[in-house]
Design a protein. Sequence first.
Length: 122
Amino acid sequence: MPDERATTEPIGLGLEGSWVRLEPAGESRSAELSAFDVARQLEPLMGSSSQAGSLSIAPPMVIRERRSNRAVGVVQNHSQPGGIAVFVIYLDPKWRRAGLGFEATILYISHLFDCGARLVTS
């Protein structure tokens, strides 16, 4: 007799992990996003701000630590021809700790592919 198993639906990764939650940048988060843009300008290797006006595959997102509900960084991308997304992440040095950036990267890159990216690079 064949083994009957319940079929399961695919589980999407979503934008919330064990340590962080990604929230789309918008009116309610513009002050937080602006604060990270100012901090990023002090670190030249971090590239342009999230409000630079370049095309993107997915909107910039604020990284929020779930435990404290504190905004700790931002993730974004810049679109290139052929469905290529250039990934950028910035974590405020005051709130960096092991795992937050890694988990935010996994969540956002998965979201980029869901939004139509064919290749993601940094």
